[in-house]
Design a protein around this ligand. Structure first.
Ligand code: FAD
Length: 491
C-alpha cells in the first residue's frame, strides 16, 4: 500500500467531464483531456491493498487492481502498465467503457465511495501509449500452425492478439469494411474515440496479425473451406439478433433498430457519409429500451440536434420497488447510473417528457400511431406494474417522429453462413453451443464472446478472447502458457 492513510485523507474524485454545452457540439469523449493525470495518483493511493481483494475477484479479467493502484500511487507507470497488460489486452477500451464491477466490489464502498479503479486503468493505459511502454510484441518463433478468427470485436481481437503472440499465424475475418466490431460501429465516439482502436490495430499488425475486412464468412467465403485451410477457427461473430417490439404500428416508417441508427452516425464520423439518412435533427425522438445502447442513441440524437428525446425504461424508477427481474445487460453492478448522455439531454432541456435524467421509468409501449403517409407520429404508452404489464388508466402519448428500439440482442443470426457452414449447434438460449473449454463439438472450431455468451460487456469479450486463445493454443500444441482468467486453462 503506497499510502496507508490515503483512503482517510483523500476523497473520491472522478475524471471531470467537459461542460455539457461544449461537448454536445463535437463527438469527442466527454472527460476533460489532461484532467485525470493531476488527480489520479491521489485516487490510486486510496486503495487499501486488501488482503482479499474483492475488486480483483469481481473483474472478469482478474485485473491485478491493488498492484497497479499501488504502482500508480508510487509514480511507477511502466510497472503499472506491465501489471495491467498482464491480464488485459485493451485497457484503454475497458478504462472508458466498463461498468466497473470492480468498483462495486471495492471494500471501501462498504462505508465510503469506492476507489476510481476505472479511471486509474484509463490513466495507466493512456500513459503507457504516450511513454512507449506498449511496443508490438511479435513472437520469438512461429509455431507453423494457423488460426482463422471470424469477427473483429473485442473477443476476436483479444483472441487474435494472444494467439499471434503465442506464435500462431492468425487472420481475422470481418464482414464490415473496418475492423473493430461494436467498438467501431456500435459504440459512439463520445464514449470511445476511434483512434484508440486504430492504435491497437497498428500494434497487432506489427505483431503479425492479418486483417481481412469486407469478408463475410459464409457469404463471400465458404466457411467449410476456411475451416479446411486453417488448423483452428475461432467464431467471435457477436450477438446480432435484435429483440423486437411486437406492438401495433411497428411497421410504420421512422421506427428503427438502434443498430440501424448508431452505425450510420459512426459512419458520418468516419467520413463515409455527409449526414446520416436517419439523422435525429429536428425530430422528436423516443428510444425504447433503458440500457446502454439506448443511452448511446440518446447522446447521438442530442448531438444530431433532436427537437426532443426521451428514453423509455420498462424497469421501475430507481428507489421504487426493487427490480428482481433486471435486464440481462448490464447485469452488474445493479446501480442507478447517470451516463454523460443522460446528463446532456437533461441539462439541455431536450427531454421535457422525462421523469428524471431524460428517462421515463416503468414505461410500457402500447402502440405507435402514424400519419396518412405511413410515418410514425406518436407513441402511446402506459405505466407498467411490477410484472411489466400496463396499468389501466395510465395511458399517455408522446410525440415521436423517430423511434429507436434498443431492446437488446439474443445471440448470433442462426441462419448466418458461419453457423450452417461449419455445422455449429445452437443452445436453447439462441447462442452457439460450446463446451466449458470453448470447443463447439466441431473439431478445431471454438466460439467466444457475445456469439456464445449472449450479449454482454467489452470486459467479458476480452476475457473470453483470452480464454479461447488458451484453449486453441492447448489444442494446437498440447499445452499453453497463455494467461486466461476463465475456462479450464485459467491461471
Ligand atoms: P462484436 O463486438 O459484436 O463483434 C462481432 C464482429 O463479428 C462484428 O464486427 C461483426 O460484423 C462480425 N461478424 C459477424 N458475422 C460475421 C461473418 N459471418 N463474417 C465475418 N465477420 C462477422 N459494453 C461495455 O462493456 N460497455 C459499453 O459501454 C457498451 N456499450 C455498448 C453500446 C452498444 C450500442 C452496443 C450494441 C453494445 C455495447 N456494449 C458495451 C456491449 C459490447 O460492445 C459487446 O459485449 C462486445 O462488443 C462483444 O464483443 P464481441 O467481440 O463478442 O462481438
Amino acid at each position: 500500500m503506497a499510502d496507508p492513510r490515503g483512503f482517510l485523507t483523500t476523497g473520491r474524485e472522478e475524471w471531470p467531464r467537459r461542460p455539457v454545452r461544449e461537448r454536445v457540439r463535437d463527438w469527442d469523449e466527454a472527460p476533460v483531456p489532461g484532467a485525470l493525470l493531476p488527480i489520479v495518483r491521489g485516487q490510486a493511493g486510496r486503495c487499501m491493498d486488501c488482503g482479499v481483494p474483492f475488486c480483483h475477484a469481481a473483474c472478469p479479467l482478474g485485473n491485478l487492481i491493488p498492484d497497479f493502484n499501488c504502482l500508480v500511487a508510487r509514480d511507477d507507470w511502466r510497472a503499472a502498465s506491465e501489471r495491467l497488460h498482464a491480464t488485459n489486452n485493451f485497457p484503454e477500451f475497458t478504462g472508458r467503457l466498463c461498468p466497473a464491477p470492480c468498483e462495486a466490489a471495492c471494500v471501501l464502498a462498504i462505508d465510503r465511495p469506492a476507489v476510481t479503479i476505472k479511471n486509474v486503468e484509463a490513466a495507466v493505459a493512456d500513459r503507457a501509449w504516450e511513454e512507449g511502454f506498449v511496443p508490438p510484441r511479435p513472437p520469438d518463433r512461429l509455431s507453423g500452425r494457423s488460426v482463422a478468427v471470424i469477427g473483429s470485436g473485442p473477443a476476436g481481437l483479444a483472441a487474435a492478439q494472444q494467439l499471434t503472440r503465442a506464435g500462431h499465424t492468425v487472420a481475422v475475418y470481418e464482414r464490415d469494411d473496418r475492423i473493430g466490431g461494436l467498438l467501431r460501429y456500435g459504440i459512439p465516439a463520445f464514449k470511445l474515440e476511434k483512434h484508440h482502436l486504430d492504435r491497437r490495430l497498428g500494434q497487432m499488425l506489427a505483431e503479425g496479425t492479418a486483417f481481412r475486412p469486407s469478408t463475410a464468412v459464409g457469404r463471400d467465403l465458404d466457411a467449410a473451406r476456411l475451416r479446411a485451410r486453417f488448423d483452428a477457427v475461432v467464431v467471435a461473430t457477436g450477438a446480432t439478433t435484435r429483440r423486437e417490439l411486437d406492438v401495433p404500428g411497428r411497421e410504420l416508417d421512422g421506427i428503427h433498430q438502434a443498430m440501424e441508427y448508431l452505425p450510420l452516425a459512426n459512419r458520418v464520423r468516419e467520413g463515409d457519409l455527409e449526414t446520416s439518412p436517419l439523422s435525429a435533427a429536428g425530430r422528436h425522438v423516443v428510444i425504447v429500451g433503458g440500457g446502454d445502447t439506448g443511452a448511446d442513441c440518446l447522446g447521438t440524437a442530442v448531438r444530431e440536434g433532436a427537437a426532443s428525446v426521451t428514453q423509455l425504461d420498462i424497469r421501475p424508477r430507481p428507489g421504487a420497488e426493487r427490480d428482481e427481474d433486471a435486464e440481462p445487460w448490464p447485469t452488474y453492478p445493479q446501480v442507478y447510473r447517470v451516463s454523460a448522455a443522460h446528463e446532456e439531454a437533461r441539462d439541455l432541456g431536450r427531454a421535457p417528457a422525462a421523469d428524471v435524467d431524460a428517462r421515463l421509468f416503468a414505461a410500457s409501449t402500447l402502440r405507435f400511431d402514424g400519419d396518412a403517409h405511413g410515418r410514425v407520429r406518436a407513441l402511446r404508452l402506459a405505466e407498467a406494474d411490477a410484472a411489466r404489464r400496463p396499468l389501466r388508466g395510465t395511458g399517455r402519448t408522446l410525440p415521436a417522429d423517430l423511434v429507436l428500439l434498443a431492446l437488446g440482442f439474443s445471440g448470433p443470426d442462426p441462419h448466418d453462413g458461419v453457423i450452417d457452414g461449419l455445422g455449429l449447434r445452437m443452445d436453447p438460449r439462441g447462442t452457439i453451443a460450446r463446451a466449458p473449454d470453448f470447443s463447439t463439438g466441431v473439431p478445431g472450431v471454438y466460439a467466444a464472446g457475445d456469439a456464445a455468451r449472449g450479449a454482454s460487456l467489452v470486459v467479458w469479450a476480452i476475457a473470453e478472447g483470452r480464454a479461447v486463445a488458451a484453449a486453441v493454443d492447448h489444442h494446437l500444441t498440447g499445452s499453453t502458457r497463455l494467461h486466461t482468467p476463465i475456462g479450464p486453462y485459467d491461471r
